[in-house]
Design a protein around this ligand. Structure first.
Ligand code: AMP
Ligand code: MG
Length: 270
C-alpha cells in the first residue's frame, strides 16, 4: 500500500474533485475486523498527539466536516474523537443562522469558534453552507455567493498563517446509502429524532448539491487548507481513512511536550 501519506493522498482534492467518479464504498482489501483493528491503532496515535498538542499550546487543529444528511457527520465525530481528552476538543454544529447571525457577514459566527492554541475544533457543517445550501436554495443571489470562494480561501489562509492546521472533509455517501439511512431513521424510534421532512427537499436537489460541492471543493482546496473526499458508505472504513488524515495533519504540527521548568530535576519531595 505504500506510506500513510500515499494512502491519504488519493482522497485529497487537487483540481476537479470528481465526486461522482469516486467509489463511495471501498473496503481497501480489509475485512471489517481488520479495519476496526487498524482504526484502534490510529486512534491510539491520535490520543498521544492530542496530549502533546494540548500541552504545548503552540498551534491548533481545525477539522471541517461537510456532507449531505445522513452521510455520517455525527457518527464520525463520535468515533474519531472518542478517547481524546474532551477538555481539548470543541465541536461546533452550524445550523440555520439565527437572526443575529443573519445580521452579520457569514464568517462572523464562524471565526468566533476557530480553535485556540492547543485545541482541536470540529465543525459539523461550517461556512461552506454559505456556498452550498445558500447557492442551491437561492438564499443569496449568485453575485453574492460567487465572491465567497475568494473570501473563504483568504480567511482560511489567514488562520493557517496564524498557526491553525486545517483539514476539510467531505463525506462522500451514495444516494442509495442515504436512502437506507433515511429509511432507518423513519423506522427506528430511537432514530426518528434525526429525521426532518426537509431532509427530503435536499435529497431531491442531490445533483445541484453535488455541483455546488464540486465548485466549492475545487475552488477552496489549498496547500494549507486541503479538502479530502472520504468514501462514507462503510462507516468502519471511513473511520480508518479519517483517523489517518487527522494523524497526518497532527504530525505536520509535530507537537512536543514543553521543556520542564529549570531545576525540576533538583526538586526533592518530603
Ligand atoms: P443538521 O446539520 O442536520 O442539524 O441541519 C442543519 C441545517 O442547517 C441544514 O439543513 C443546513 O443546510 C442548514 N444550514 C447550515 N448553515 C446554513 C446557512 N448558512 N444558511 C442556511 N442554512 C444553513
Ligand atoms: Mg439533518
Amino acid at each position: 500500500m505504500g506510506t500513510r501519506e500515499d494512502f491519504i493522498e488519493q482522497f485529497r482534492v487537487d483540481g476537479d474533485p470528481d465526486i461522482s467518479g469516486r467509489d463511495t464504498n471501498p473496503d481497501f482489501g480489509w475485512e471489517r475486523e481488520e479495519g476496526e483493528a487498524l482504526f484502534a491503532e490510529e486512534l491510539a496515535e491520535l490520543v498521544e498527539l492530542q496530549k502533546k498538542l494540548f500541552a504545548s499550546k503552540k498551534s491548533s487543529l481545525l477539522v471541517v466536516l461537510q456532507a449531505m444528511d445522513a452521510a455520517g457527520k455525527d457518527s464520525t465525530i463520535r468515533a474519531v474523537m472518542s478517547g481524546l481528552n474532551p477538555a481539548g476538543v470543541m465541536v461546533h454544529p452550524f445550523g440555520v443562522p439565527t437572526d443575529e447571525e443573519m445580521g452579520h457577514d457569514y464568517l462572523w459566527r464562524i471565526h468566533h469558534h476557530t480553535p485556540e492554541d492547543g485545541y482541536i475544533a470540529v465543525f459539523n457543517r461550517s461556512h461552506y453552507e454559505d456556498v452550498l445550501v445558500v447557492r442551491v436554495k437561492g438564499f443569496a443571489p449568485e453575485k453574492v455567493w460567487k465572491k465567497r470562494y475568494d473570501h473563504i480561501r483568504n480567511f482560511e489562509q489567514m488562520l493557517a498563517d496564524e498557526g491553525t492546521e486545517i483539514v476539510k472533509i467531505f463525506l462522500n455517501v451514495s444516494k442509495k446509502e442515504q436512502k437506507e439511512r433515511f429509511q432507518e431513521r423513519l423506522s427506528r424510534p430511537d432514530k426518528n429524532w434525526k429525521f426532518r421532512a426537509g431532509d427530503l427537499d435536499d435529497r431531491a436537489l442531490w445533483d445541484d448539491f453535488m455541483d455546488a460541492y464540486t465548485d466549492a471543493l475545487e475552488k477552496t482546496s489549498t496547500e494549507d487548507a486541503p479538502w479530502y473526499v472520504v468514501p462514507a458508505d462503510k462507516k468502519w472504513a471511513r473511520n480508518v481513512v479519517i483517523a489517518r488524515i487527522l494523524r497526518f495533519h497532527l504530525e505536520r504540527i509535530d507537537p512536543e511536550y514543553p521543556d520542564p521548568e529549570p531545576g525540576l530535576d533538583q526538586i526533592v519531595l518530603d
